[in-house]
Design a protein around this ligand. Structure first.
Ligand code: MEV
Length: 315
């Protein structure tokens, strides 16, 4: 039997890092996807194949003995085989057009698509069950995840999310277009989150003030999204970037791409963990091409994306 699932990449429009500390964030899924195909095999082996590498292990190996970036997928496969008392093996193949390790949610989208695809070999889970399995799997390599990325990759569209209340869809008048520029500086979300934790521990008062600012900003953004005022939304991004700069997740390269992007777009900021990865610039049809040309002329790798409204899809 074969089971296929696909999930979109994401951007964090507002609130990355602060969301780890319970503050609300606003996220959007975008039109780049990963597709995962799983099948049962008689051999008692779990195999995972992706552009990042391959692993094949006997189904009986305890999860604690596995040290691999592909661990989340092995975790899901083992969890399902154990739950459904299945004695055979599973092959998992990952095909992705999401650049990895650059803040676009590749790892979360893979966890969501893998949870959808592998569970589909055994049962028909709801989106909520698939999301919970995906977050559990992601925690095997990044235990402090806020769960925000997996949530938007599951439900799609624009959402507000906080750890306590979960997610709520946001309906907006925007036909959201973004230009994404990739600094090509690799980063580890786990390490950047740890660095922010240290910043917080050494600067409790400053961090708490920034959390309050971020809460106010997000409330304002929710009403801007409702009114459809692009210029104000762009200004809100510029302000959010100032907060991210203050918690130490920006650097010279990111600041310079953002400065370039702000010249032709409505506003721009880091998306995701920072310290490298991508920036997003808010545009519409009037300045999309101009922003692409502007960033390309400065030798930045860039492309445009639109909102995905579907989220997880299973076949
Ligand atoms: C990473 O895309 C977003 C962070 O806020 C971490 C998280 O929410 O788990 C940096």
């Amino acid at each position: 039997m074969k089971s296929i699932a696909s999930a979109p990449a994401k951007v964090i429009l507002f609130g990355e890092h602060f969301v780890v500390y319970g503050i609300k964030a606003i996220l959007c899924s975008i039109n780049k996807r990963v597709t995962i195909t799983s099948s049962n095999t008689e051999e008692q082996v779990i195999s995972v194949k992706s552009d990042l590498g391959e692993i094949s292990i006997p189904s009986s190996i305890p999860i604690e003995e596995i040290n691999s970036p592909l661990l989340p997928f092995i975790y899901i496969a083992k969890k399902m085989t154990e739950k459904f008392n299945y004695s055979g093996g599973i092959n998992v193949t990952i095909n992705s057009d999401i650049p990895s390790g650059v803040g676009l949610g590749s790892s979360s989208a893979c966890c969501v698509a893998a949870a959808g695809s592998i569970s589909g070999l055994f049962t028909k889970y709801s989106k909520e069950e698939i999301l919970n399995l995906a977050i559990e799997a992601e925690k095997t390599i990044f235990k402090d995840t806020s769960g925000a990325d997996c949530t938007v990759c599951t439900y799609g569209g624009i959402i507000e999310y906080d750890k306590k209340s979960g997610y709520k869809k946001i309906n907006t008048r925007f036909d959201l277009h973004l230009v994404i520029a990739n600094t090509k500086i690799p980063h580890s979300t786990r390490l950047v989150v740890t660095k922010v934790k240290e910043f917080k521990e050494h600067n409790e008062k400053h961090f708490s003030e920034l959390c309050d600012e971020e809460i106010r900003l997000i409330e304002k953004v929710k009403s801007i999204l409702n009114s459809g005022d692009m210029k104000s939304l762009g200004q809100a991004m510029i302000l959010n970037q100032k907060y991210l700069d203050q918690i130490g997740v920006s650097n010279e390269t990111l600041r310079s791409v953002i400065e370039d992007a702000n010249k032709t777009s409505f506003g721009s900021k880091i998306t995701g963990a920072g310290e490298g990865g991508c920036i997003i610039a808010l545009v519409d049809k009037s300045n999309l091409e101009k922003t692409l040309r502007n960033l390309q002329s400065k030798n930045h790798e860039c492309f445009s994306v639109q909102m995905d409204s579907k989220g997880l899809d299973t076949f």
